[in-house]
Design a protein around this ligand. Structure first.
Ligand code: HEC
Ligand code: HEC
Length: 287
């Protein structure tokens, strides 16, 4: 059973889901399917990077997507909610979940705050966001209350106008598909764009880096990933850094870049992202 189907979005899931599962669709194919949802969530979309509690040895066993404290600063205490079927989302329809993920609005009308990258998730295609929902419906239910976020800053009433539909981009080893992966899917550019008072400055500092992350690992700074920052690296070296979290000199890289999830990214998807990064406007280091 895949959620409630009392809406046009949810209604599409039923028969298509069955078809996709029978056909044994390949993981990186961008069709609406559980396989696609599995690939996205366990791979490049890496929802668990924020939503799965971590201990000293990594993700806490048996707590996949069960909610955790993501960030505590003067502006907010952000807790990424439990999004397993053991949480309140079990009562949400598929359309409710789609709206929460892609527009940042819950069924009760409240707005989801940062750092959930809603601005980018607005670009997720209908098929991809519905594949993600299909996947969330079948992860083990975990009974865990991770607590409520507190925002001392005003949240926007919405992140933009209501979204009717986002058509699926053409997949392939192209810079255009790489832009979709590095943006709406894997939100590389959320972390790697210089932050201003309103969040990442996509218009002026896209990919220029400079944001500092503090955690048990100390401080890591997201580097410039425009050609200014990356031109000295071969594709193979970039692959090592992105999919293995290892620098060309063998040194391990620091969190919170989700290396484990990115390691599951297909060769084609990585190649598309590299094409996109190589074509970005070169910018000086942000910070
Ligand atoms: C960078 C961190 C981050 C990532 C990545 C992230 N989230 Fe979130 N998410 C959050 C935070 C923080 C909240 C809670 C914000 C609040 O309390 O207003 C949240 C809230 C949610 C909610 C609302 C739950 C509720 O009960 O209110 C859903 C649904 C959700 N996320 C799904 C996802 C999915 C699916 C993905 C992957 C495609 C994802 N998130 C990726 C940080 C993240
Ligand atoms: C949650 C934030 C986050 C996300 C998402 C993220 N990164 Fe990173 N990235 C970082 C941080 C922080 C570092 C620095 C790590 C270190 O210094 O050890 C980094 C390092 C890198 C580097 C090494 C650059 C250099 O010059 O050292 C590359 C390349 C890179 N990221 C590309 C990507 C790509 C491509 C994606 C998306 C598929 C991505 N990142 C997603 C935070 C992120």
């Amino acid at each position: 059973m895949i959620g409630k189907t009392d809406d046009p979005v949810g209604a599409r899931l039923g028969p298509l889901a069955v078809l996709a599962i029978c056909a044994g669709t390949l993981t990186a194919q961008a069709d609406l399917s559980l396989e696609r949802g599995t690939y996205l969530v366990e791979g490049p979309a890496a929802c668990g990077n924020c939503h799965t509690p971590k201990g000293p040895d990594g993700p806490v066993p048996g707590m996949f997507l069960a909610g955790m404290l993501v960030e505590k600063n003067d502006a907010f205490t952000a807790i990424a909610a439990n999004i397993t079927p053991g949480s309140r989302v079990a009562d949400w329809s598929d359309a409710d979940l789609v709206r929460a993920i892609r527009e940042g609005i819950r069924p009760d009308g409240s707005v989801i705050g940062p750092p959930m990258p809603i601005g980018l998730y607005r670009g997720l295609s209908d098929d991809d966001v519905m594949s993600i929902v299909m996947y969330l419906r079948q992860v083990p239910a975990v009974d865990n209350d991770a607590g409520m976020s507190v925002y001392n800053i005003p949240l926007p009433p919405a992140y933009g106008p209501p979204i009717e539909s986002v058509s699926a981009p053409e997949t392939g080893v192209t810079a255009a598909y790489g832009a979709y992966l590095a943006g709406p899917v894997a939100h590389c550019i959320e972390c790697h764009t210089t932050f201003g008072p309103q969040g990442p400055m996509f218009d002026t500092h896209l990919g220029a880096g400079g944001f500092a992350f503090h955690g048990p690992w100390g401080t890591s700074v997201a580097p410039n990933i425009t050609p200014t920052g990356l031109s000295g690296y071969s594709d193979q070296e970039l692959d090592g850094m992105i999919r293995q979290g290892v620098r060309p000199d063998g040194a391990p890289m620091m969190p919170p870049m989700p290396y484990a999830e990115l390691s599951r990214m297909t060769d084609d998807d990585l190649a598309a992202i590299l094409l996109y990064l190589r074509e970005m406007a070169p910018l000086p280091d942000g910070g």
